[in-house]
Design a protein around this ligand. Structure first.
Ligand SMILES: Nc1nc2c(ncn2[C@@H]2O[C@H](COP(=O)(O)OP(=O)(O)O)[C@@H](O)[C@H]2O)c(=O)[nH]1
Ligand SMILES: [Mg+2]
Length: 450
């Protein structure tokens, strides 16, 4: 995610930070490089201009240049400005209305509306504890309604039953009735898209809006299309008046131009981002956390929250309690490994840890994959209860027995035990409220994982 931009900024900043003192010229040339990096990331020119004109007077100020760590202070100034252009604060979905509350998703074909409908429904159900129903108004694309129905079924979301040959406006009315009857708090309407903006689509959306009276009209836009996504948002907003934006495929976006321009250009906040195809690959848009990620400082908070979502609040509290007491057993580790699998494997987890971007290549090299997770699971399951509680007792002969049980080489057991030790130390630090310092994932740990 945004790795091109992150890499460029990291190298610009490492130059600035390594200099013991900075001249005005050096700062100026650093800012020129930042400007170029933003433009190459496909950030709108107007946004780049404003960004630089806000950063410049602060960065060139005498108190910065004369300070003991000028580079570090410039990073902070850039960080603050990034947060500002990203929209400053995070905004939740608006659910303040009399139920059933309508939410309308609009956007071009393939932008991710149907997937996002299921993601958003699942989030509202799990996090906001509301009863949600989804309804597809896409009668144009073959099997579009079926797609939403299957997604809903798979994720325990209620879906309006499909009635053949019914038209969008009639489906909307039926959905409102159904929601009233079955006591749904929220209905999410998934609409049809076109390959490009056209008048019949817009006028249909306007009519649907009149009937459903949504509290949120959300544009679902594809991050990969950069400035095109921003322009589409402007056009949609002019005609149907948007309330917010869901940006999809952020997982595959190396540049980040759409995310960085959207708020400033359209005035509408990005509320959520799609970071993968699974229903759980959906995150709130936090300007501060994203700025952290972009500047290569990682995003530990999102990581912890994601774990909480997947594990369930209670289990997380239990684990937290255990960790606070310094208890970290193989069972805790096993549940973490399983968590990792759910969160997209090691790579998904690593990408959110501080200072990891630089090590991306190494991680790729290490070829950390599902296989490693599966093997480790087998190893832990081959341990006795005592061994799991106190891995220190796992001697040579025990290692041999475990390796037979798990069907892996003894060297894999050794590796896992080392990993366990390292994780256990790291968890202890985290539980004491210590932040993992940047670059904490040391080479040795990556080597462990190979
Ligand atoms: N990688 C990734 N794929 C996504 C994301 N959101 C949607 N997709 C995929 O994009 C394709 C089109 O999505 P769909 O919801 O059918 O788009 P719609 O035509 O707007 O309803 C599907 O294959 C989805 O799995 C995302 O955030 N990340
Ligand atoms: Mg669709």
């Amino acid at each position: 995610m945004f790795e091109n931009l992150t890499n460029k900024l990291e190298s610009i900043f490492s130059k600035l930070k390594s200099a013991p003192s900075l001249t005005e010229e050096q700062v100026d040339s650093g800012l020129k490089e930042i400007r170029l990096a933003l433009l190459e990331a496909d950030v709108a020119l107007s946004v780049v201009k404003e960004f630089i004109s806000n950063v410049k007077p602060k960065a060139i100020g005498q108190e910065i240049i004369k300070s003991t760590s000028p580079g570090q202070m410039i990073v902070k100034i850039v960080y603050d400005e990034l947060v500002t252009i990203l929209g400053s604060k995070n905004e939740e979905i608006n659910l303040k209305a009399v139920p059933p509350i309508s939410i309308l998703l609009v956007g071009l074909q393939g932008s991710g509306k149907t997937t996002s409908a299921a993601k958003l429904a699942s989030l509202i159900q799990n996090k906001h504890k509301k009863k949600v129903m989804v309804a597809s108004l896409d009668v144009y694309r073959p099997a579009a309604q079926e797609q939403l129905k299957l997604l809903a079924e798979k994720n325990d979301i209620q879906c309006l039953p499909i009635v053949d040959n019914q038209q969008p406006l009639d489906i909307s009315k039926r959905a409102l009735n159904a929601a009233n009857l079955n006591g749904s708090d929220v209905i999410i309407f998934d609409t049809a898209g076109r390959t490009q903006i056209d008048l019949p689509m817009m006028s249909e959306i306007k009519k649907i809006k009149e009937i459903t009276n949504p509290v949120e009209t959300i544009l679902v836009a594809d991050s990969l299309t950069g400035q095109i996504a921003v322009n589409i948002a402007k056009e949609f907003d002019t005609v149907v008046n948007l309330s917010s934006i869901i940006l999809t495929r952020v997982d595959g976006d190396a540049r980040g131009g759409a995310a960085l321009s959207m708020k400033q250009v359209t005035g509408k906040p990005i509320k959520y981002i799609g970071v993968g195809e699974k229903v759980s690959d959906f995150e709130m848009f936090h300007p501060d956390r994203l700025a952290n990620r972009i500047l290569g400082m990682g995003d530990v908070v999102t990581l912890v929250e994601k774990a909480a979502q997947n594990l369930g609040e209670e289990k997380i509290k239990e684990t937290e309690e255990e960790l606070k007491k310094g208890i970290f057993t193989m069972d805790t580790y096993l549940s973490q490994l399983r968590q990792m699998k759910k969160m997209g494997g090691m790579e998904g987890v690593m990408s959110m840890l501080p200072g990891v971007n630089k090590m991306k290549a190494k991680i790729d090299q290490a070829n950390i994959d599902e296989k490693m997770l599966i093997e480790n699971e087998a190893i832990i399951l081959s341990m006795t209860k005592k061994e799991k509680e106190n891995p220190k007792i796992i001697s040579g002969s025990r290692r041999k027995r475990i390796s037979k049980g798990a069907g892996v080489d003894v060297s894999k057991i050794n590796k896992l035990l080392k990993q366990f030790k390292m994780m256990s130390d790291m968890m202890k630090k985290m539980s004491q409220g210590k932040k993992i310092p940047s670059g904490m994932i040391p080479d040795e740990m990556l080597n462990q994982l190979k």
